[in-house]
Design a protein around this ligand. Structure first.
Ligand code: GUN
Length: 281
């Protein structure tokens, strides 16, 4: 049976470290402030936004909340971001995705000043990550790296297969594993014989967006399995992209859902906020 990678525990350790750092910065007169923007009232987004604001409170970072109506125009949102970019008391800006269809997400992400882009989504942040320059790392992939490192799992030289190629998870995940000297393969919906490719993975990272898609037939004996998916099953219970009960006996390490990757995303957002505060030292 696999060792469980406890994302809840590891994220709490990280948040406690950050709380201490934030207190030290505060003693030097540096206050943290994260602006959180939500457009519309998508229920899943509301949960994420609430948890992000709670994490700020826990760490001792002020959060500014902008809950805008669904009808907000692109111009209005751009104007708000412009104001927050110029506001010296704000060191992080987060616009919860997805945005309503009449707003161009790329335009909004691009408008956030790179030095306040604590989500790490802007083209400048992504470019810096790819060439190994300083910048904010996207939170979910950075959280996966922390889960592996803090569980003492070696990455260097390992065969890593990333399933999924989204801009938020798959692509940056592959880049960060490459930075850690893994040999990385990225799979997607057009990959031929996904099972055969996944079966070669020492570290299998699944962000495919399909509930319970990966069963033990995709997994090499002793592999490390990281599940980025989050869904509700037919009984309204949370589940991931990986069939945990089937895969766990075959894996050496595995993340559960909930309590695996999920809590790490917010911990790494807080880490980016504290990094941003340090830059005003
Ligand atoms: N929507 C889903 N995940 C995220 C995230 O990490 N940040 C933002 N801003 N929106 C999201």
């Amino acid at each position: 049976m696999a060792n469980l990678i406890d994302g809840k525990l590891i994220s709490t350790q990280i948040k406690d470290e950050l709380k201490e750092e934030a207190a030290q910065l505060k003693a030097k007169g540096i206050e943290g402030c994260l602006a959180v923007i939500q457009v519309g009232s998508d229920p899943a987004s509301s949960v994420y936004v609430r948890n992000k604001k709670r994490a700020c409170e826990y760490i001792g970072i002020r959060s500014l909340s902008y809950e805008l109506p669904e009808e907000t125009t692109e111009a209005e949102l751009l104007e708000l971001i412009g104001k927050l970019n110029a506001d010296k008391s704000v060191n992080g800006i987060l616009c919860q995705l997805p945005l309503p269809k009449h707003i161009d997400e790329d335009k909004i992400i691009d408008a956030i000043a790179p030095q306040k882009d604590v989500d790490g989504f802007s083209p400048q942040s992504v470019g810096a990550m790819v060439i190994g320059k300083p910048g904010f790392l996207p939170c979910t992939p950075a959280g996966v790296i922390q889960l592996l490192k803090r569980s003492n799992i070696d990455i260097e030289g390992k065969n890593c297969v990333v399933v999924g190629r989204s801009n938020i998870v798959g692509k940056p995940m592959a880049m960060l594993m490459l930075r850690e000297n893994a040999t990385v393969t990225v799979c997607h919906s057009r990959t031929k014989d996904l099972k055969a490719v996944c079966s070669q993975a020492d570290i299998l990272i699944v962000a495919i967006g399909k509930p319970l898609y990966i069963d033990s037939s995709y997994v090499k004996d002793g592999a490390v399995v990281i599940d980025v998916g989050i869904h509700r099953d037919e009984n309204n219970k949370l589940c991931g992209d990986v069939n945990f009960d089937d895969v766990a006996p075959k894996a050496s390490y595995i993340t559960p859902v909930p309590g695996g990757v999920g809590p790490m995303t917010i911990a790494m957002l807080m880490s980016n906020c504290v990094e941003s505060m340090k830059k005003s030292l």
